[in-house]
Design a protein around this ligand. Sequence first.
Ligand code: HC1
Length: 568
Amino acid sequence: MVNITIDGQKVQVPKNATVLEAARSCGVKIPSLCYHPELRPEGACRVCMVEVEGARTLVASCVYPVSEGMVVRTNTPAVRQARKLVVELLLANHPQDCLSCQRNLNCELQTIAADLGIRKIRFDGEKKSYPLDADNPSLVRDPSKCILCGRCIRACSERQGVHVYSFVNRGFNTTVAPAFNQGLHQVACTYCGQCASVCPTGAIVEKDDTAAVWQALSDPAKHVVVQTAPAVRVALGEALGMGTGSIVTGKMVAALRRLGFDKVFDTDFTADLTIMEEGSEFLDRLAKGGKLPMITSCSPGWVNFIELMYPDLLDHLSTAKSPQQMFGALAKTYYAERVGIDPKDIVSVSIMPCTAKKAEAVRPEMRASGYQDVDYVLTTRELARMIREAGIDFAGLPEEEYDAPLGISTGAGVIFGATGGVMEAALRTVAELVTGKELECIDFHNVRGLTGIKEAEVPVGDMTVKVAVAHTLANARMLLDQIRRGEADYHFIEIMACPGGCIGGGGQPIPTCAEVRQQRIKSIYECDSCSQFRKSHENPAIKELYETWLGTPLGEKSHRLLHTHYHP
Ligand code: HC1
């Protein structure tokens, strides 16, 4: 520890801290833009400048290390003036369209400008203007709104190991873009949306599909059904004024009914179905000497990643479709038959914490029903906007139940939303299917938590199953490299593209940081422990589905509707 003085306050701080970290740890707020607590500091924007006694100039506190006896002043006339100047210069070259920007009221540049009391932009010069990059199903880039903080570059390279973005050009023409200024659809983008999640402004946002969904909801000829992903229920409330990680399942169901959806179903139902199919596939591979380790396939950012970067390992992926796509296939077949509605009149909408799900829904092979199985995918943020637009008092809504049968699910389904959850859900079912005996303990704590790569050895009948769980694509890369080198002696691996799993997805409310993820995960396991059924194979609606319509896991109908293939 070292002793320093910040604004007259004597404090002890870790000796490897930066001035910014030290100040924040003792409650002194220094504004910043390029700084992000989970990314390497860069010192690019200079908004966090402070005075350090003895230094020749103001210093960028996010990259300036503390030292014994240091005296820091964060609130002097020179500091305030310099910060204002930096922000005014950014605003001078920024579109003045805050009122209609997707990030209005959730924009760090806007907040800092307000906090600094900027009422007038003194400079009026040339403004950069670039075309939108919107030729992909998931994300829209507007380089005109980019403030060159580089957070997307660092998230894509450090967190995801994908390296899509870099600074291009020089001087006033500098911008952030994929190589050769190509569109995201032309490069190895996985559409995970982590760039949008860390962008402080509206320069990278999810593609907004709300208009199409409003249109469907107002069309009396359409029967509009909706499914909600596991991770949305513990995050949506944050975008509607509720506390971090609030469990809002019942209010969300009520809000969706008030928006006009004809049936409100749960992706957790098909998460249970995924376990039945994927668990059976795993046991089949074990019995028949199939390709191991088998790797989960429900996270579409992860599937895009392996297709783009490790096509030689595609036969490790489970052929089971994601729960979103299993739901889509059933909505326009099983459900359509049950209620006697022509599938052409069904509009199937999903609410996801994920931007890559938008791209997954439009993959050409995701038309098992003969129609596009999932018509529209909305992120958690888009749903929050629709709820606000409709004037719904979300916090004041009653708790309502999902519709049956596609809304009946188990705790195993809901934990899909947290890293390790798919593995835990699979183990609960696989172990009982193999032994025919009830597990004494169904909580697999060694696959839970935010460690980047987790490993566990689990007894299943006479054998010990070795599993691994990774979240973020950078961690996925490490496991895939091990497989390529022949050093991965695992039987089963779960990989989720986003940090913390879907609770940290690229479509979740902003900000999503470590403490937020932790809280959402806690809530996910709370949902699990409060569930009436906690194992997928005990879901009564899944049992009925197999008994009355689907046949057996891995059967002919399952293969046609619920399994898929991948593209090198
Ligand atoms: Fe996910 Fe999944 S858990 S991928 O993270 O398998 O997005 O929540 O819906 O499909 O169920 C996301 C979440 C989600 C699917 C499920």
